[in-house]
Design a protein around this ligand. Sequence first.
Ligand code: TZP
Ligand code: MG
Length: 218
Amino acid sequence: MARISPEQMRSLLKLYFIAGSTNCLVEPVKVLEDAIRGGITLFQYREKGEGCLDDLEKLELGKRLQDVCRESGIPFIVNDDLELALELDADGIHIGQEDEEAAQVREKIGDKILGVSVHNLEEAEKAKLAGADYFGVGPIFPTATKKDTRPVQGTALLEQLKDFGVPIVGIGGINADNAAAVIEAGGDGVSVITAISQAEDIKEAAARLKDTLNGGEK
Ligand code: TZP
Ligand code: MG
């Protein structure tokens, strides 16, 4: 398999849903199934936070979520955990600046999708050279989901990175009311946790976001 093209990557990033067991109010598998019905384009398994699953339980949930993705043709990305990504033969991995160096991760994953969180131009340059397929930029808006985030950055970095040649997705506090601002600033898509995982009607929440991203068209 060859590396994903920037064009393909951009279309996958459109509505990027991220979740693990601690983000969900009901069964994560059910949440993911409904989110897919609502139109998400990419999924990241991010098993983090107080009370998160470890070891075998983390692996088992990952397998079940990956199966759901496979049935629908939605690529399955693993957050941070390179060993898990390789064990599951995931479609890709997303890493932060505190994780293993992107260049080393690229060597270990071959052509799988590599996403890297960046917070400034210097990190972006480095991640591009290391072979990142996309950048995660945020937190764009205040978020209660991740406690150790960098300061809220608004959309300024998205604007700086829009002609950088690497697809970009915004993250942090994004919902149907503010998603359009992320795209207007140069984001290829939005990644969300709470706006989908904790919605009363998961499918409807994902579909509403998707409509917003499609310029209000149904
Ligand atoms: N990285 C930066 S903000 C964030 C992560 C993982 C959390 C985003 O969650 P939410 O609930 O969509 O604000
Ligand atoms: Mg990380």
